[in-house]
Design a protein around this ligand. Structure first.
Ligand code: SF4
Length: 375
């Protein structure tokens, strides 16, 4: 298949592995920001092919995984209101809130539906004028334009029965938070190619400059990833810290200005709590005042109080999402926590690191065993 097979060519991948081995002179720790890249790395065993000097750290790039339990509890409370249909992506329905997930609430009779797009939820609202349709909007900047389009169209259509519970999160503030942590040992980043397709990569220049760190816009196929690692290691070895675009067949520096314009029209940046990490300033999208009528958290008065999640769970998803530990270092991995009975979001989502390790058997080699030596 064009644009797929050539990026899975084992000989080409091995060529870059050799090229990395030829230039590396000391240990380097590189974080891939996106859960899709984590899945490729574990699925194709890329971490095991690399020279021992290179440690890959899995980042928080799974929006379902970082959605806080408090927001899921809010979605559950909304789903239980009369005449409400709560819609979201399939992964989101299985992520535990404080005590339940949305599928459990559906089993008890609430109208919870899986959709593939916010535009499906919009259509549902048009076809069911007697129902209030709420879309639980989750995703990075990649999916924000589609969510924004749903609100834009709902307004044009004069729909009064469509709204959003917004959980969109943004990559650059999360990277800045990770890099600002006192024990951070990350020396290079593979940026998420799909996020940069929408947003471009000019906004990352300040991060490369402020933290003196190489950032490589990288795709998702095995060859993309080893090329991205090669470019990152080359910069590190040469003492450079710039943005480079490995994924130039898709990503342009300015991204997609039309999509950005739509997102800016509908959303503004707001503080957002990241599961297992805490609040990161200006790291989420919220609806602008002009579109407040489409904000489910303002539209519906909930008899709801945020509950602090219990501390008894063995889940270490916070450390997994910050790249401080690998899934197999969790005592519950593969025993009390499996994709059938997940204790935490990284085991649920198709982009979650725990699910990737469970599915593909990722291992912790000695070089990867303790990523953050201070923990
Ligand atoms: S294996 Fe399960 S319990 Fe452990 S960190 Fe991952 S999701 Fe949480």
């Amino acid at each position: 298949m064009k644009f797929v097979d050539e990026f899975r060519d084992p000989a080409a991948v091995q060529g870059y592995i050799k090229a990395i081995a030829n230039i590396v002179t000391r240990p380097w720790q590189i974080m891939e920001i996106c859960g899709g890249q984590t899945h490729s790395i574990v699925k194709y065993g890329i971490d095991q092919l690399l020279p021992p000097e290179i440690t890959l750290i899995h980042g928080p790039g799974c929006p379902v995984c970082v959605t806080p339990a408090e927001l899921i509890d809010q979605a559950i409370a909304l789903a239980q209101l009369p005449d409400v249909v709560l819609c979201s992506f399939g992964d989101m329905l299985r992520v535990p809130g404080t005590s339940l997930d949305l599928l459990a609430v559906k089993a008890r009779g609430a109208a919870v539906k899986m959709v593939y797009s916010p535009l499906d939820a919009l259509k549902m609202a048009q076809e069911n004028p007697d129902k209030q349709v709420i879309f639980f909007a989750v995703g990075f900047e990649t999916t924000a334009p589609t969510t924004a389009m749903a609100v834009y169209q709902a307004e044009k259509l004069g729909l009064k029965n469509f709204s959003l519970l917004v959980a969109h999160v943004l990559v650059p503030p999360a990277m800045a938070a990770i890099l600002s942590a006192p024990n951070c040992q990350i020396q290079g980043f593979l940026l998420a190619g799909h996020v940069c397709t929408v947003m471009g990569y000019q906004e990352y220049e300040a991060i490369a400059e402020n933290y003196q760190i190489p950032l490589i816009v990288t795709g998702f196929e095995p060859l993309d990833i080893v090329q991205g690692i090669y470019l990152c290691v080359k910069q590190l070895e040469e003492g450079r810290s710039h943005i480079e675009n490995q994924y130039h067949r898709v990503v342009q520096a300015a991204g997609n200005p039309t999509a950005q314009q739509l997102v800016t029209e509908i959303f503004e940046t707001v503080p957002r709590i990241w599961r297992g990490i805490g609040e990161i300033p200006q790291s989420g999208f919220g609806l602008r005042e002009k579109y407040a009528a489409f904000d489910a958290s303002r539209k519906f008065k909930l008899d709801y109080a945020a509950v602090t999640p219990p501390q008894t769970s063995p889940c270490i998803s916070g450390e997994i999402l910050q790249g401080q530990k690998k899934p197999k270092q969790c005592p519950a991995f593969g025993t009390s926590c499996t994709p059938e009975h997940p204790l935490g979001a990284p085991m649920v989502s198709s982009e979650g690191a725990c699910a990737a390790y469970y599915r593909y058997g990722g291992s912790i080699s000695p070089r990867n065993e303790v990523v953050n030596k201070s923990n």
